[in-house]
Design a protein. Sequence first.
Lengths: 87, 290
Amino acid sequence: MDSEPTRQQLLVIVRDILADVLDNDLLQLTEASTAEEVADWDSINQVKLLIGLENELNFRFSSQEVEGLKNVGALIDLVQRKLTAKS
Amino acid sequence: MSMPVSSESGAEISAGKSGRDRKRFTALSEALDDARRRAQAIVLPEPLLDFLYSRTRCRSMSRSEWEREIRVATALDENFTRFCSMPLVKDVGRSVDKESRKAVVRELQSAGNLVLGFHGGFGYMRRRLFGRMFPQGIIIGATTRHSAADGAHALFAAREALLSGGAALIAPDGRFGKESGLISILGAQLPITDGAPFLAHSTGCSVIWLALVRIGDTFTFKTTSAPRREEGESFSSYRERFYRFYGDQLEEAFTGDPANLPLILNWKLTFNAMLAGKVYRVRRPTRQFK
């Protein structure tokens, strides 16, 4: 991707990676989504999601950065900050 | 918060909000003396003691000798857990023979190491000593900085440490997280999660069982190499080997030297449930994105 992805594009990326992790092609996600609302979204699958984002977008999260994320929107905020810092 | 003051015996005393004095031990000898004094008053279910004695490998010990040692160990663990002070941690650390301490540091500094323990065998003191020896290490626990209650963050921090050559301590017999199966420990069904094998499998790190072993009035460390992920090995295959090893270590602990067998609540409930034909499977949820 030449320019930084939009929030909507990032939501699609998060959804696709999580759908793959959870093996659920029908997964629906919004920025307000939380792990509580999604079947099988446990702590291990969340780490797999973070690893998937690192691999897809070519950066590394630090453990401090991923502490206390509230929902998908907070994750997208963080990803945007990482992409901006990288560019 | 009340300020601790020195008592005649040298232990710290601080007045709690309830008005009852709370004694914090500052020396291992005091914590041991107190444990020996209180041993007989420790409440342990008779059927549980009968069961464990029937399985002990210390057959040369009489039942009363064996039970006495378990009571002292349980009282000592309680002193460590509830009435611990930094001077006590330092004193226990000083009691550990230098060679075993050096060996542990050497082994754990060599590469990323996932260090396994359990909620027994002086687990609280083992955590504190690990924290002193490896200040940059990750300790996953109910009340630690990397809380098992925030499972995703704790796992991510541990993974980060392991990939950068650090060490992470975890006790997979804890009660946080989603149950993924049961393993049998002397016939008792222990619910397990996938966090520890996931860390070991996803990072390919070394895995070590670390025991803090009491020998009389001193302690030593004992390490045992645990299975490591083989090239191309599937998670399910590795998980099976991991938990077979872990179960073996737990069985060895529960059938071994009673001086190292403090019976903490979780394990009392686990074995009591088995004796009642049930499974103790109370779990606490972790939080992520909530």
